[in-house]
Design a protein around this ligand. Structure first.
Ligand SMILES: [Ca+2]
Length: 205
């Protein structure tokens, strides 16, 4: 018969491994979420880029974290859907609550120019199977922090968040917005340590 102490150590180890592989994480799933690398990557322009529709990193900073850089979506092309997005890696998400937040500061919105944010839950082959709903239209006078959550369905494998600055089919339509401090995460479904220890001890009474 194995000594009790060894059995206990094995059980603790199994619990530690279970915790480590639990789906979801309280850590931000996004790379370069504060644009402090001074580069856009791994964010990307996924639509609407052109001579009069650009995404650049500029010297300014949102209020949620210290820094000196943010992204600037500047769409001055009519009837154009300028969009910046980032997709998290394979297996980074699971069913359950997804929390999102970001800082926005309006540049200009005029003649039908608007600004929206969308968050998608995707399955392992990239199909969209859930979403947070269309967030916006946003037109904050100055830097403003926004946050929300939605429940990702069964089969969720990874997430995409995208910032959209579409313009109207009108000459002079403009949508420009600064974006910073983007967070996308899920909480670990791990029981509190005291509860874990309580259950563990109960096994050996
Ligand atoms: Ca920043």
């Amino acid at each position: 018969m194995k000594p009790l102490r060894l059995l206990l150590a094995g059980s603790v180890c199994a619990i530690a491994i279970a915790a480590a592989v639990s789906p979801g994480s309280a850590a931000n799933l996004l790379g370069n979420p504060d644009f402090e690398t001074g580069l856009l990557a791994p964010w990307a322009g996924v639509g609407g880029l052109g001579p009069n529709a650009t995404i650049t990193i500029i010297s300014d900073n949102g209020p949620s974290a210290p820094g000196t850089h943010c992204a600037f979506l500047d769409n001055q092309a009519e009837a154009n859907g300028l969009t910046m997005a980032q997709t998290t890696g394979p297996g980074t998400a699971d069913m359950g609550t997804v929390y999102y937040s970001y800082d926005l500061s309006l540049g200009t919105a005029a003649n039908g120019g608007v600004f929206f944010v969308e968050v998608f839950a995707q399955n392992s082959v990239g199909a969209v199977i859930g979403n947070a709903g269309l967030q916006g239209n946003y037109a904050p006078a100055g830097w403003t922090h926004y946050s929300g959550s939605f429940v990702a369905p069964a089969g969720t494998d990874h997430l995409t968040i995208q910032f959209e600055a579409p313009t109207g089919a009108v000459t002079g339509s403009v949508s420009s917005m600064k974006v910073d401090n983007v967070d996308l995460h899920q909480d670990l479904p791990v029981p509190a340590m005291s509860e874990t220890w309580g259950r563990l001890k109960a096994l050996y009474r």
